[in-house]
Design a protein around this ligand. Structure first.
Ligand code: 9MR
Ligand code: 9MR
Ligand code: ZN
Length: 552
């Protein structure tokens, strides 16, 4: 992407603002902050105003016709930005259309829509972004008039030097690039595919008919599963002959900002880890039952590979970290207890084997079936608990089911309370770390699972608030997803966006998000700490959007 002079200016301004001690937003943030995609007609609708304002109006976009007038509430001091903010609630207004919010004191908002099935198009863009991440093939896509493309890449994946194979190769083509970098890491594939397959199982009727414009569209698989298969096909190549699973396929050092077909450094298999092995078991076991109705042979193969790795784990009960000596790329270091629980949960759900259930329940007792409100690649225990709780199979311990359900509901309640106390409705509250935008999106898995078990409107409203936050009801007043919403990120830390000649970043990507403070986000390519993109963050956003895609 060429750095346009004007965009450079904004970028520099944002960098400057981020380096100031102030907790407040960049100088260019609008004072009215709301979901710049918009709102579902029947949903709660709130904006956060960072200037004192008593009244607000909604006007039709492109005119002055006032359609709604309201009074704000507040002020309150927001718990993390420490801003004094007012709230503008326009839940009562439900008429579909395109609008702006105005207030005498706070000015004008970005345009936004009220419409049914608002999230269907964003769901498609964000899921197609996974397709655009494909490795080992040429990809192309058009968004808002720009065409994004790269040629077949990394066709030599991968060398066996680091795993005792000498200077020889073994095929490991395909999969998705991890993030702004082009490497492929099994642990991060775990939480990503875990969220996507969970979306498939939770929202099948809505997702099944959706066309994503993939090379496979029109084939035997629904498009959503076809995209996941690009990743599971690669994962099938990550199993060693003894059943252990290589931790990653990677260059030794991070490469430059060029299109992937121009990256020529050798990529190697990196030695096994027990967490990667367990993650592969979980993904392939879950994939087996999702693919079974459409492609029974593939399902069978996935399950066979999963079983073989589970046997390896059974005979190697100790946590084993990958030896990543000589590799400076992403480490994804993580202990395996939660990954092993997840593997057992998916194997049990797909096979019904009593041995798996027993081993799973033993692990759930150890973890006290904990449900976390804040989870990512390093903590997949929630996925185990959700699968256990959602299961229609018999034989579970009643006491354990009860404990898990109690934990789930308590955690979901916590999330809703945190969101209510936050000036921007952020369900993660004041916690900001690397990739926290992904975590905000991933909280919707907890909310949707709780909603399935013990329905409450507030769970869905809180999930919508996660989306509201990510698409503009935040201290920056901007969308955090490339190509979607108002003033989205323009300079993500993404080697394709940096390496092509298009004046816009590749579309449909959630950036990692501000940290350590809410205002510390720089829309600058150099800021990989806050402005990178990654499959696990998109996988979580796919789930959040899928929750609100209506079956047509
Ligand atoms: O580009 C890399 C990014 O994909 C990673 O997430 C990040 C953290 O592991 O590291 C980035 O690479 C940087 C490296 O760590 C330090 N030198 C500058 C690199 C950015 O080009
Ligand atoms: O998502 C990862 C985050 O939790 C870590 O704090 C960070 C530093 O180790 O690494 C992130 O993962 C990066 C990975 O190491 C390499 N590819 C890009 C990922 C996103 O930044
Ligand atoms: Zn590639």
């Amino acid at each position: 992407m060429k750095n346009l002079r004007l965009s450079r200016f904004w970028s520099a301004l944002a960098l400057l603002a981020g380096s100031l001690p102030s907790l407040h937003a960049a100088a260019d943030a609008p004072a009215i902050r709301l979901n710049t995609l918009g709102y579902l007609p029947g949903a709660e609708k709130r904006a956060t105003l960072s200037l004192p304002a008593t009244e607000f109006t909604l006007v039709k976009a492109g005119g002055n016709q006032i359609v709604f007038t309201g009074k704000t509430t507040g002020p309150i001091t927001n718990i993390d930005t420490r801003e004094s903010v007012h709230m503008a609630d326009f839940t009562a207004f439900r008429t579909p259309g395109e609008y702006l919010m105005r207030s005498a004191e706070a000015g004008e908002s970005a345009p936004f829509r009220i419409m049914d099935n608002l999230y269907r198009e964003p769901f498609i863009t964000v899921t197609r972004a996974m397709y655009l991440w494909r490795c080992g093939t040429a990809v192309t896509g058009t968004h808002q008039g720009s065409t994004f493309a790269h040629g077949p890449c990394h066709l030599e994946d991968a060398w066996l030097d680091a795993v005792g194979g000498g200077h020889t190769r073994q095929p490991s083509p395909g999969g998705w690039h991890d993030a702004g970098d082009y490497n492929k890491y099994v642990v991060n594939a775990g939480i990503t595919v875990g969220a996507m397959l969970r979306a498939w199982e939770d929202f099948t009727p809505a997702l099944r008919p959706i066309r994503l414009g993939l090379p496979e569209s029109g084939g035997r698989l629904p498009d959503f599963l076809a995209e996941i298969k690009w990743e599971t096909d690669w994962l099938l190549t990550m199993q060693a002959t003894d059943g252990s699973v290589f931790h990653k396929v990677s260059t030794r050092r991070f490469g430059g900002f060029v299109l992937p077909e121009r990256e020529s450094a050798e990529r190697l298999f990196v030695p096994w880890s027990s967490a990667a092995t367990a993650d592969l078991v979980a993904i392939l076991a879950q994939a087996a039952r999702c693919f079974r109705p459409f492609d029974p042979d593939y399902a069978k193969r996935c399950l066979e590979v999963a079983r073989k790795s589970q046997q390896f784990l059974d005979t190697h009960p100790e946590n084993h970290d990958a030896d990543q000596n000589g590799f400076e790329t992403g480490r994804y270091p993580t202990r395996d207890a939660d990954d092993r629980a997840w593997a057992l949960a998916e194997l049990w759900e797909s096979t019904g084997e009593a041995g798996c259930l027993q081993a799973l329940e033993e692990r759930l007792r150890q973890s006290q079936a904990r449900v976390s409100d804040n989870f990512d690649w390093s903590d997949v225990g929630n996925l185990a608990v959700f699968t256990y709780l959602r299961s229609a199979r018999t034989g579970r311990s009643e006491a354990l089911v009860k404990q898990a359900a109690t934990n789930l509901v308590a955690t979901a309640q916590n999330i809703t309370q945190t969101r209510s106390q936050h000036g921007y409705g952020r369900p993660l509250g004041r916690r900001y770390n690397w990739g926290c935008n992904g975590t905000v999106a991933r909280q919707t898995l907890v909310l949707a699972t709780a909603h399935r078990l013990a329905p409450q409107d507030v769970y869905r409203e809180t999930a919508l608030d996660a989306l509201n936050h990510l698409f503009g009801r935040n201290v920056h007043g901007r969308s955090y997803v490339t190509g979607l919403g108002h003033r989205p990120p323009m300079f993500p830390h993404d080697r394709r966006s940096g390496g092509d000649k298009v004046d816009a970043p590749w579309p449909g990507y959630l950036i990692g998000g501000p940290h350590p403070q809410p205002a510390n986000w720089n829309d600058s390519q150099d800021d990989y700490r806050t402005n990178e993109i990654a499959i696990n963050w998109n996988g979580a956003l796919i789930y959040a959007l899928a929750m609100f895609v209506e079956a047509e």
